[in-house]
Design a protein around this ligand. Structure first.
Ligand code: MOS
Length: 734
């Protein structure tokens, strides 16, 4: 397959609407006679409800309805995403009296106004029987499970055992053996999770901000016991998500139920303080990494062992070593992944869900090895590239990590780096550190259906099942169509995020572009052929509308399907059921990953040890870049987040009471503008020749794989302190 040529830098097709506030987000929809809802949440770490007292709440002026577990008869829990459900966890609150974790909803108050709903929610009280709970990796009562022994699909969730890593490690003259910890984190998209539900007879319409309208449609129908044909879910825009909104949340069905009970549309925006307990989060992890090398700097063995938190009720599996095994060409590789069951809501996807922490650990260890060998860390990595995947023995569909490293080093001026820690300073004594780290992320593909319609008045309308979360999906699919039909991207109208359209896939895991763009491109190619048949003698400059008018045809419509190489047709059935349907990164003929290299400069003020990050250079290999502007934005965002992950972010867990303490943006620290310096991003921009007809791989997640490690490695270079946990704080450096 050959991909398209380089793409022009096109302004966001939705930019004008966005800056004018014209973009309809979920909670912006206000049907007539709308009622407002507020959740009440459990105030114990674990246990059982004895009584919920709603009398005082019902007495608040304007309160119309209070739902508790006594009002949910017939409601079913849909189940957990990784266990063929569509919810972020298997526990659906307010079915029964069990309390699995602090912050679980116990009541929904609905009123004429938001103020009355809040006041009513504050008046609900509850009595509980409490039970002991554990909330950290090391709490008493935490249950440790070997992932390989769990009923999860094999070989996807089996430990890796390539060559003989232990023997090679034992024989290696130079070794690293270190343990790294990462804190739990919550993504905090600006748009909160929210549901607006309204019924017209037995037909339900839900406006919600999500990465997967079909998952919500199917999941809701199951929970309510109605036909999916009666449910429509609409989410044309989503104000940030990063994995948080890729499965159904607890409030959706409760709001739908309230709307049906009340005979009025109901809206709920879950407050940020409640969001910390009512969405998934990035679980804490612990990594032991052992590396062995010969004296010439050939890395001969790696052992990567991981412990990751999960909930008591679900298995959120670790997939981290799928990636760490592919970062470098290490011929002997062994992994062991374990889950630790605790009493929290089920953790889940958050941008580079496993790879952020895994790359911090693995790429810190590679840096430690570079110092043990006295080898430049860029050179060490370049010397350990292999042209094939050691895990499967298959080729990579494309792998330009060396080019990322070389170009990044060039742009950064890496050649001027002195190897020794504490060897570079500003004239005022500020310690300067330069760090490097690489990253990788699986390229996977979900099935996709694209419908393209051109009309004789110049309309070009693409309807494709992909979600726009701000990442630039609209730009990418519009550019793909525009490139083939030789029109401008802003001439293509994109319809997405509505279950009335072709069945949409879950847009996650960085597969959105590699999923929707090939389908959109194929539809455009089919359209071009259909237009050519209408007017074979048309000149190259003829527009689709011109050809239609010439042929006296009001419109032309085509539909194209795309699926991963080697994917069974059954993936389309799974997609139509709103289930996970991706295939990869191991395909019949090859293995596919995106790659990245990050170069970071830190300044450490010697007296206070305050860490600043004045500049970063990041170069990515994501195959062909179809939307240069939004791709660059994705990369910058990933780097900013990496800086936050390295130096700021942690969800604070209180082992005495359970739950998360810093549950708002005042206390959950993220970088602000003053924390971010110059970020230069660049792309290899070579089409992947094997993965799909557009030559695209994924980008969103790989951006967040490695930047935290590069910061940590730069901190070591500046200070001589090797901090093996995230986040790195002033007290670690004093
Ligand atoms: Mo991504 S963290 O799978 O939306």
């Amino acid at each position: 397959m050959t991909g398209p040529g380089p793409f022009p830098d096109v302004a966001r097709v939705d930019a004008r609407d966005k800056v004018r506030g014209m973009t309809p987000y979920g909670a912006d929809n206000h049907p007539p006679n709308l009622a407002h809802a507020m959740l009440v949440t459990a105030q114990i770490g674990k246990g059982r409800l004895v009584k919920v007292d709603t009398d005082a709440a019902r007495a608040v002026a304007g309160v119309q309805l209070v739902l508790t577990h006594q009002d949910t008869e017939g409601l079913k829990a849909d189940g957990y995403l990784f266990a063929n459900g569509r919810s972020f966890q298997s526990v659906q609150p307010m079915i029964g009296t069990a309390i699995a974790y602090r912050g679980q909803p116990i009541a929904l108050v609905v009123a004429d106004s938001l103020e009355a709903a809040i006041e009513g929610a504050e008046q609900v009280s509850a009595e509980y029987v409490t039970a002991p709970f554990s909330v950290t990796l090391d709490s008493e009562g935490t249950e440790i499970l070997a992932q390989a022994d769990l009923p999860l699909p094999k070989p996807a969730f089996a430990d890796k055992n390539v060559g003989d890593a232990d023997a090679a490690l034992a024989a290696a003259p130079v070794t690293v053996d270190a343990v790294y910890d990462s804190a739990p984190q919550h993504q905090n998209p600006i748009e909160l999770i929210a549901t607006v539900a309204s019924w017209d007879g037995d037909e339900l319409t839900v406006y919600e901000s999500t990465q997967h309208v079909e998952g919500i449609r199917q999941g809701l129908a199951f929970e309510l016991g109605i036909s999916p044909d009666k449910v429509r879910v609409i989410s044309p825009f989503c104000g940030g998500s990063f994995g948080q909104k890729n499965a159904m949340h607890a409030q959706t069905v409760l709001v739908a139920l309230a709307a049906r009970t009340l005979g009025r549309p109901v809206k709920l925006v879950v407050p940020r303080s409640q969001l910390f307990h009512n969405t998934s989060f990035r679980p804490p992890t612990r990594h032991r990494v052992r590396l062995g090398a010969d004296r010439a700097g050939k890395i001969v063995a790696a052992v990567h062992e991981i412990d990751q938190q999960t909930s008591r009720h679900d298995l959120f599996p670790s997939m981290a070593t799928d990636t760490s095994a592919r970062l470098h060409g290490i011929p002997n590789f062994r992994s062991r992944e374990r889950l630790r069951r605790t009493d929290v809501q089920t953790p889940g996807f958050m941008r580079a869900p496993w790879e952020h922490a895994a790359a911090f650990a693995f790429e810190s260890a590679i840096d430690e090895l570079a110092y043990a060998l006295d080898r430049d860390p860029v050179e060490l990595r370049l010397a350990n590239e292999l042209p094939y995947d050691v895990v499967t023995g298959k080729p990579f569909s494309s792998r330009h990590l060396s080019e990322c490293l070389r170009r990044g080093a060039e742009l950064f001026g890496w050649a001027r780096r002195r190897m020794a820690p504490r060897s570079m300073r500003e004239t005022d004594g500020t310690l300067v550190g330069w760090g490097v780290a690489t990253g990788a992320y699986p390229s996977v593909i979900s099935p996709s259906i694209a419908q393209l319609r051109v009309t004789d008045d110049g309309g070009i309308v693409l309807n494709v099942g992909v979600q726009e979360m701000g990442q630039g999906a609209r730009n990418a699919v519009a550019a793909a169509v525009a490139d083939v039909l030789k029109v401008r991207a802003d001439q293509v109208t994109t319809l997405l995020g509505d279950t009335k359209g072709p069945p949409p896939h879950l847009t996650a895991g960085s597969w959105g572009t590699a999923t929707a763009v090939p389908a959109a491109r194929q539809a455009a190619i089919d359209m071009r052929e259909a237009l050519r048949k209408l007017q074979p003698e048309a000149s190259n400059g003829a527009t689709p509308a011109g050809i239609l008018r010439h042929a006296k045809r009001p419109f032309l419509e085509v539909e194209a399907r795309h699926q991963a190489p080697g994917a069974p047709d059954a993936v389309f059935d799974r997609m139509k059921q709103g289930l996970l349907a991706y295939v990869g990164p191991e395909f019949p003929e090859f293995v596919s990953f995106s790659f990245i290299a990050h170069f970071v400069e830190v300044h450490v003020e010697p007296a206070t040890c305050r860490v600043r990050v004045p500049r970063v250079v990041t170069v990515a290999d994501c195959g062909r870049v179809v939307s240069p502007r939004t791709a660059a934005s994705q990369l910058r965002g990933g780097v900013v987040w990496g800086i936050g992950g390295a130096l700021r972010e942690a969800s604070e867990v209180d082992p005495r009471y359970g739950g998360f303490l810093n549950a708002d943006l005042a206390e959950y620290l993220v970088p602000v503008n003053a924390d971010i310096g110059d970020i230069q991003v660049d792309f290899v921009d070579k089409p992947d020749p094997m993965l799909n007809n557009a030559g695209v791989k994924g980008l969103g997640e790989v951006a967040n794989v490695g930047p935290a490690a590069a910061v940590a490695n730069a901190v070591y270079h500046a200070t001589g302190r090797r901090v093996r946990h995230l986040p790195i704080r002033i007290e670690d450096l004093l």
